[in-house]
Structure formats: structure tokens, C-alpha cells
Ligand binder design. Sequence first.
Ligand code: FPP
Length: 241
Amino acid sequence: MAKIQTKNKDAPLRHLAIIMDGNGRWAKAKGWPRLRGHQEGANRVIEIAQACKKLNIPYLSLFAFSTENWQRPAGEVNGLFKLLNEFVQKYLKTLHEDQVRLVISGQLEALPTLTQTLLKDAINATASYQRYTLNICVNYGGQDEIVRAAKKAMHAIQNGVIHEVDLTSKTFHQFLDSAVLPPIDCMVRTSGELRISNFMLYQLAYAELIFVSLYWPDFKEESLFKVLKQYAERKRRFGQV
Ligand code: FPP
């Protein structure tokens, strides 16, 4: 399949990012516990990742757990990490088959030990793949990432790895958790909320934003095709006329 282009055919869609919102409301509407919504949401993750492969989109970023999500009830937090563990255990083979590199943005240290081990092993095992990259944001906040990147840049300058004059908005990118991913071309948020919610603030600078009213568990391959039709109608200007 040809790569997805915008109207002015400036550049193919390389990096799609998604705020997977509405799992709780989806479950509530059906009278089910919130975790059931997250379970169904996890099923969509692999479907949408496979759809991106079909559509020739090499980079996919997903917001799975924010630095604020720790404030949710312990049962829900534990349930989310259990789903993440199951996801890695179940799909590691597929990541290898499809040559998908797994990247995690966010601070891993605070996660349950098993989750950390599974994620670190999967990151290492897939590190050499260059065809596709799946970036999952876990214990992630955009401002937190920028602050940590600034500290890394400061240390690099102090240690003479980079000269201060060479630190620009382009070179700063190398200090972000998602350093191996290009800037985001298109960001989708499900559930009808019209916010960025501290998601990949640096990488979103010139992204096209698309908000859909569907809850994430209802966001299927067809919904992605519709979103990408909207993206293809956009004219990207990158601050120019
Ligand atoms: C937002 O919905 C969603 C989350 C906080 C978690 C997203 C997690 C998954 C889709 C499943 C696990 C992820 C992977 C990568 C396997 P919400 O709970 O805030 O919904 P609400 O706004 O309707 O309450």
C-alpha cells in the first residue's frame, strides 16, 4: 500500500501517536467494571499496530499510563500493569516476526518488578529492528520527559560530549526518551476529549491533531482508515505560507 500523504504531498505519515482514551466510560456504559474496558482497549492495541503495518506507517506511539494515573484505585493500576505484562508476553513473538522495535517512554524504575523485567527484555531483544517502531508511553508525562532530557543535555555539555552552541531544538531531540522516533505527524485522541494531557509535548510541535468521539475500545481498523482520510485532507505548512 502507498504511504499516507497530506494534500500538499509534503511528506508521508511516518509517526502516528494515539491517546487511547475512554476505556472506563466504555465499560461504564455497559455496566461493566473499568478494567473490562482496559482489557478491550488492550485488544485494540495489537489490531491498530497491525493496521499501521498494512498502511506503511513505521512509527506508532501510544499513551498507556501517565504519571498522573498512579492516583487511580490500586486495583485499576495493578490491572493495567497486568495487561501490559500480558501484552508483552503474548506479542513478543509477533514483534520479532514483524521486525518491530519496542521503545518505552517514561520512567521504568517505578513500575512493578515483573513489568520492568518484561519490558527491558523486550526492549533489548528488539533493539536492532528498524522496520517498525512501537513506542509505548508508561509512567509518562511530557513535561517530565522534557525536564529529564534537559538534565541529560546538561550532563552531556558538562562532560564535553556536546558543545553548548550545538544544542538546538533539533539536536535536543536525542535526549528525549523517544530519540529514535521522528517528530509526530498525526496525533489522534479518542473519547471526545479535546486535550493533549501532557502527551509527547516536544514531539507534537507540528503534528496534525485529530479528535474522535469513539471510546478507545470501539476504535477499530475502519476508524483508523477514517482518521487517516481526514489527515490526508490536511495541508501542512510547518509555519510557512
Ligand atoms: C484512558 O482511558 C486509558 C488508559 C489510562 C489506559 C490505556 C491502556 C490500555 C489501552 C490497555 C493496556 C495498554 C497496552 C499497551 C497493552 P480512561 O481509563 O481514562 O477512560 P475514561 O476517561 O473513560 O475513564
